[in-house]
Structure formats: structure tokens, C-alpha cells
Design a protein around this ligand. Structure first.
Ligand SMILES: *Cc1c(COP(=O)(O)O)cnc(C)c1O
Length: 298
């Protein structure tokens, strides 16, 4: 989608230090954080075919779902503005309308119409009846699910795999990625990659089933390793150790991570490498899924 001129292919950067060297592991960072200034990382890849489909079908309005800190709402609002779609965001939590988060303030500035709903209503976000009701209320818009995660999203994410294979001249042993809805992990799996998915949420075991559902069970489940112990207390929770790790990564490699997703994934990955989880000679590509607008000012 040069619709919103992206930097493609995004750079791939070698990360080497005493941990990777002593484990004999070749580690790379796929810099999807650089893909676009406001439609960053995996959200760009997940929106690409959704937005093209909306354009092809002649839709003028897009509706989607998210919370107060949703990088997906942020990306959708920004992309909608650039591409000339009206955007509506269904936001979890009625109380949020009184004091807008920085993310929601940005969405509003981009022209997104924010519609706040209770947590119980938000839970209906994937039910057919509810979506029909929403569609009727908002003039039959193009509907993109929470997190941008849909079959069309998988197709966009899948394009990263041949892109990386070409950059490395071979297929890496694993792609490592942070998981929220699991859509990005599913997209990589759909392209034949082996995937290490690090849950950013507590109790992330449900992701296995969600990912399999997204894939209609057509992939070999053996290619997914789901890591659920690096959530740091849950979604959007973190501690000082994680912040120090994040700052250390910036000093050592010049790469800024954020505390909600990518820092947890890279922390977990180095922990596994350090513990001897991977055979010598393994190549791993960690995906920087972006989200830096949510960066804590630490
Ligand atoms: C949304 C997001 C994720 C999670 O992606 P899913 O496809 O929902 O699993 C990971 N990293 C960042 C930076 C994100 O914004």
C-alpha cells in the first residue's frame, strides 16, 4: 500500500551481545517500527488489505474497536485521515469520555468519531447481532475487528515473511513477536514461519485457540510456541526491571522499545536465549511491532 507511503522493506538489524554470542544464536530485529510515522508496525501490515478492500468496495466510513491505549485505534484514525475515510472508534469504557487519553486525543484530532460503550457492551464486539446493530446505527460502514485482526490482516502480516527471507537470503529458524489478539502471530504462521509468540496479557493461554481459529486450523500447530510468563503483571502493566531493560536495549542497540508489548517480548527472548532454550546456530528474527506513541516517559 503505497497509499500512505511506507518504508518497505523495513530494515533488518543484527543484535549481537555476550548473551547471543555465548548461546551461538543469531538474532535480528525487523524494524517495522519504522514502517510509517503514525501507522506503525504491525498495525500498518494488518490494516493494509482491510483498507484496500474498503476502498475497492466503495466504502467511505470505517468502524473499529479498541481501548483507551489502543495502538490500533491510533493507526486507524491516522490512516483514515490520510486516505480520506471517515472513521468511527467504538471505545471500551464509558467513563473514558470525560478525560481522553493521549491516544484517544490523537484519534479525535485525526477526525475519528469516538463512541464510548460500557465494558459489557464492548464484550459483544465480535457477535454478529451486535455488529449488525452497529452497522445500522452508523450507516453500514466497513467493519474492522478489534486490533485490526481479520483474515485480511493475516494476509498483510504474511508479506513480512518473504521480505525477511530475501533480506537474510534464507528462512530464519523463528520469528518472535509480541501478542495481544494473536493476529500478527497468526499472519506469520500462515506464511509458513515458526513463531515464538510472547503474550503481553496475563493468562495468555487462550491465545493458542484464538490463533488456531484465525488460521482455521490449517497450519501445523507445532510451528507455534506460545510464551505466557513474560506479561509483567498483565496488559499495560510493567515494573522497574522492564523499564531498565528497555533503556538498556536503547543504549546497547540504539532501538527504542515500548513497555506494553515489544519490551516484554525482547526481555523474554533474551531470557530464553540466556537459559539455553535454542540450539547453537539458530537464527531468530524479533519483530519490532512499533507502538512507540504509547511509550512511557521513563
Ligand atoms: C497491537 C500490538 C501488538 C499485538 O498485535 P496482535 O496482532 O494483536 O497480537 C504487538 N505490538 C504492538 C506494538 C502493538 O501495537
Amino acid at each position: 500500500m503505497d497509499l500512505i507511503s511506507a518504508m518497505l522493506p523495513t530494515p533488518i538489524q543484527r543484535l549481537s551481545n555476550f548473551i547471543t554470542e555465548s548461546a551461538g544464536v543469531e538474532l535480528y530485529m525487523k524494524r517495522d517500527d519504522l514502517i510509517h510515522p503514525t501507522v506503525s508496525g504491525n498495525k500498518w501490515r494488518k490494516l493494509k488489505y482491510n483498507l484496500l478492500e474498503a476502498q475497492t468496495q466503495g466504502y467511505h466510513r470505517i468502524i473499529t474497536f479498541g481501548g483507551a491505549f489502543s495502538n490500533h485505534l491510533y493507526a486507524t484514525a491516522a490512516a483514515g485521515k490520510v486516505l480520506g475515510f471517515e472513521t468511527v472508534g467504538i471505545v471500551r469504557g464509558e467513563e473514558l469520555s470525560e478525560k481522553l487519553s493521549p491516544t484517544l486525543t490523537f484519534c479525535k484530532e485525526q477526525g475519528m468519531q469516538l463512541h464510548f460503550v460500557s465494558r459489557s457492551e464492548y464484550r459483544l464486539r465480535n457477535s454478529d447481532d451486535y455488529l449488525q446493530e452497529i452497522a445500522a446505527t452508523f450507516g453500514q460502514p466497513f467493519i474492522i475487528p478489534e486490533g485490526g485482526t481479520s483474515a485480511l490482516a493475516l494476509k498483510g502480516v504474511a508479506e513480512m515473511v518473504p521480505e525477511v527471507n530475501l533480506q537474510l537470503n534464507r528462512a530464519p529458524g523463528y520469528f518472535a513477536v509480541a501478542a495481544g489478539t494473536g493476529g500478527t502471530a497468526a499472519g506469520l504462521l500462515s506464511a509458513g514461519a515458526n513463531v515464538l509468540a510472547f503474550s503481553a496479557l496475563k493468562g495468555g493461554e487462550f491465545l493458542k485457540q484464538d490463533i488456531n481459529n484465525l488460521l482455521n486450523d490449517y497450519h501445523s500447530p507445532g510451528r507455534l510456541q506460545l510464551l505466557t510468563d513474560y506479561h509483567f503483571g498483565g496488559y499495560a502493566k510493567w515494573n522497574q526491571e522492564l523499564i531498565e531493560f528497555m533503556n538498556g536495549v536503547q543504549q546497547e542497540f540504539g532501538i527504542r522499545l515500548e513497555q506494553v508489548y515489544t519490551a516484554k517480548m525482547v526481555f523474554g527472548l533474551f531470557d530464553l536465549i540466556n537459559k539455553g532454550h535454542f540450539q547453537k546456530g539458530t537464527t531468530i528474527v524479533a519483530v519490532h511491532t512499533g507502538g512507540l506513541q504509547g511509550l512511557l516517559n521513563a
